[in-house]
Design a protein. Structure first.
Length: 283
């Protein structure tokens, strides 16, 4: 496979960094994951905008502007002759330099790479829903930055897996923020509730799309955090992310949601998503 590194293209095997690399040693970097359907990026502008917001937030100067990056990423698709459903992963770190917490000098350029790979849609989960556990959100206050520091997210997701669940719903003192790698929503009396897009959650690109679909279908989209205790009386609960799309949640810890069946509003949003992303094979 061909990858993009800095602003060039090369074979994956040729990508080599010295072991003193700031992404590896400090998690000093940012990333993006973009969904690909039929060889086309979905929510492309939103992801590119967020990458630049993350870069600004950590004072990382990217060596291209948004238009230049979009051109490179489109070329990456064509060089790989990508025609299927997949994902792009891109990361940018503060570069390779002797280990020191202080930023390296201006002469040290960011290390950047991006690759695309196949990722079929998980039709089983999309159709039947997934189970979740709740976990304390022990992350820092700036989760709106899509940073490489994912240890709390990794541990939360692993805990979910060890409990035969798909995701961990995170909460701070009982207030639900988001999941380990997705945003989460509660439906009650025909209204969608989700944590406001503040600094302590990632502003999901699919979340932006869900807000747009809700407005179009006259479903109230209320940015108001809900509590772990609210979930036992929820009509529906669902999560969103670029890799997972819009997934019904049918269980939270030991509580079954909506008799274990995906709800009507979740289904309506899934249909809107498939239409928006021009997906041929619908669920
Ligand atoms: N929240 C977290 C912590 C994530 O890691 C992700 C993405 O993987 C999301 C939310 C969803 O973001 P997006 O919809 O842009 O994929």
């Amino acid at each position: 496979p061909i990858i993009m590194t800095q602003s060039r293209f090369t074979h994956r095997e040729h990508l080599k960094y010295p072991f003193e690399e700031r992404g590896l040693q400090f998690g000093d970097g940012i990333y993006e994951v973009i969904r690909i359907y039929h060889g086309t990026y979905y929510l492309f502008e939103e992801h590119v905008d967020r990458l630049f917001r993350s870069a600004d937030a950590i004072k990382l100067k990217l060596p291209f502007n948004k238009e230049e990056l979009k051109k490179l990423l489109l070329e990456l698709l064509s060089r790989n002759e990508m025609k299927t459903d997949g994902k792009l992963y891109l990361q940018a770190t503060r570069g390779s330099a002797p280990r020191d917490h202080i930023f390296p000098g201006e002469d040290v350029l960011p290390n950047i790479y991006a690759y695309v790979q196949d990722l079929p849609r998980n039709l089983d989960s999309l159709t039947n829903g997934v189970k979740t556990i709740t976990q304390r959100d022990v992350r820092w206050e700036n989760c709106y930055i899509k940073s490489l520091n994912l240890l709390p997210n990794v541990l939360a997701k692993q805990e979910a897996k060890e409990n035969s669940c798909y995701e961990a719903i995170l909460h701070k003192d009982g207030t639900v923020t988001e999941c380990s790698s997705s945003n989460v929503y509660l439906v009650k009396d025909g209204k969608i509730f989700t944590h406001p897009a503040k600094n302590n959650i990632l502003h999901g690109c699919v979340r932006m799309a869900v807000e747009r679909f809700a407005k179009k279908h006259n479903i109230p989209f209320i940015e108001q955090a809900f509590q772990v205790s609210d979930m036992s009386s929820a009509d529906e609960i669902f999560l969103t992310s670029s890799t997972s799309e819009i997934l019904p949640i049918i269980q939270v810890d030991n509580t079954v949601v909506n008799d274990g069946k995906p709800g009507d509003i979740t289904r309506q949003l899934q249909t809107a998503y498939e239409k928006d992303a021009k997906i041929h094979q619908t669920i």
